[in-house]
Design a binder for this molecule. Structure first.
Ligand code: ZN
Length: 456
């Protein structure tokens, strides 16, 4: 039996912060109270003056693995996650081949296990052709939930989710639409898993399609109405079916309004937003450059203010990253050619600690990035909390050290990032996955997490 004792820190427990020691035995928290001592062979760490927080659960990342190892893979993704205090990543299903069946999910899980430095969960894909049986077998294989990309077709030859509106190509299966959701939401509801959507209405995107040469073109091509309409329509479907609708990367004030209306009307709806929408506005583009080309786009100061307010009021429960690297070379092409998406997982916790501090309550951060996402993902019995019986996924944060985000410190395969040069009033000291330090790499120890299902 190996123990770990973290002494004298300010520990974030379910009831709030308190001065305590944390005793860990074989990767599991056994005691959280003052004045503890090791009872067996082990390591003692002094966390005086520091915070001891539960590891973050990032519900929205893109490992690019399998498919695009030159952009990222499970090793580099999870090394970046570990360095930033993210101890569980939930990977989106648009890797190649896309995760549209239990077989693909199982082979992706085996691949990820061989490389992962933190624990991981896998989302399954909803295609317009997906059957109830496919959803059931993916749930059986451990899918964390299902995601439908409303405006994105599916390449049958490449087994890949693609943004290609209006293309008349026999190789492209039409996107999952509200009909697909209506057909499959009762199945997802029965399985007790979240039904996640990429919330942009395709007809609105088609109506506003244009050459995207500038940041203004990008904003004009992805109007916030597209988000609001998609949320309202999907919410009507989910409410009727009794499904839990999850809106990925909420980016706009009108999208938030649509979601609040849907919640008031009785929809079980969860929201995630991302640091880029909470810390940046379109005005930052001139300074940041193409690393800020992401979809949905970072919008106006009014959108940012609405999202921060939604988070403060608790309507938006979670902050995820939508970590989506492309190569640094791809991100240095002309604006029109630059693919959308950038890394972000390593700065999730620091971003949220800063935002929470600026809102007057630093302890909101572990709620947004750890507790709420762990509950959302069905991991509430093992993750998201520092208490006896929980995995010892722990983050020691120094509130007296500052961090400046520097490309050379990023552990992703890529160096670009929308928050480069950002400064935070905190530094990540050490991160533990099930009781063992992971900030400096080492042997991959990540395991697949599976939701504890009530409905099955
Ligand atoms: Zn995404």
């Amino acid at each position: 039996m190996t123990e770990l004792l973290i002494r004298n820190g300010t520990v974030y427990v379910p009831a709030g912060p308190r001065k305590a020691d944390v005793l860990v035995s074989d990767g599991v928290v056994t005691k959280v109270e003052p004045g503890l001592a090791l009872t067996a062979e082990g390591t003692e760490v002094d966390a005086r003056g520091k915070y001891v927080l539960p590891g973050a659960v990032d519900v929205h990342v893109h490992s690019r693995d399998p498919g695009f190892p030159e952009k990222e893979d499970f090793g580099t993704l999870t090394a970046a996650a570990a360095a930033g205090g993210v101890t569980v990543v939930l990977d989106m299903p648009n890797t190649v081949p896309a995760v549209d069946s239990a077989g693909v999910l199982e082979s992706k899980s085996a691949l990820a296990r061989s490389k992962a430095h933190v624990d991981f969960g896998l989302w399954g894909l909803i295609r317009s052709s997906t059957t109830p049986e496919q959803l059931e077998s993916m749930a059986e294989a451990g899918a964390i939930g299902f995601k439908a990309y409303l405006a994105y077709s599916f390449s049958l030859s490449r087994k890949q989710v693609l943004y290609s509106p209006g293309d008349d190509d026999p190789d492209l299966e039409p996107p999952a639409d509200y009909g697909t959701l209506s057909r499959l939401a009762p199945v997802v509801a029965r399985l007790g898993l979240p039904l996640a959507i990429h919330a942009e209405d395709p007809t609105i995107l088609t109506a506003f399609r244009r050459p995207v040469l500038t940041y203004t073109d990008l904003l004009d091509s992805r109007p916030p109405d597209a988000e609001a309409v998609a949320i309202s329509a999907a919410a009507a479907v989910a409410r009727d079916a009794g499904a839990n609708l999850h809106v990925a990367h909420l980016s706009s004030a009108v999208g938030l309004k649509a979601a609040e209306d849907a919640i008031r009307a009785g929809t079980a709806l969860t929201l995630e937003t991302c640091p880029q929408f909470l810390l940046l506005t379109a005005d930052d583009f001139d300074r940041v450059g193409t690393a800020m080309k992401m979809l949905p786009p970072v919008r106006t100061a009014a959108d940012r203010a609405a999202l921060v307010d939604g988070l403060k009021r608790g309507v938006i429960g979670m902050v995820s990253t939508d970590h989506a690297p492309h190569t640094d070379e791809e991100k240095s092409l002309s604006f029109e050619e630059v693919p959308a998406g950038s890394p972000g997982v390593q700065t999730l916790y620091l971003s949220c600690l800063q935002l929470a501090k600026d809102l007057g309550d630093v302890w909101l951060a572990p709620q947004w990035v750890s507790r709420a996402p762990a509950e959302f993902a069905g991991l509430e019995e093992s993750k998201g909390c520092i208490a006896p019986g929980f995995d010892a996924d722990l983050v020691i944060v120094d509130p007296k050290m500052r961090t400046r985000v520097r490309p050379e410190d990023m552990r992703s395969r890529q160096r670009h990032g929308a928050l480069n040069d950002h400064e935070f009033d905190f530094a990540i000291d050490e991160v533990y996955l099930r009781g063992e330090p992971v900030t400096r790499g080492g042997k991959p120890r990540g395991r697949m997490v599976r939701p504890a299902l009530v409905a099955r």
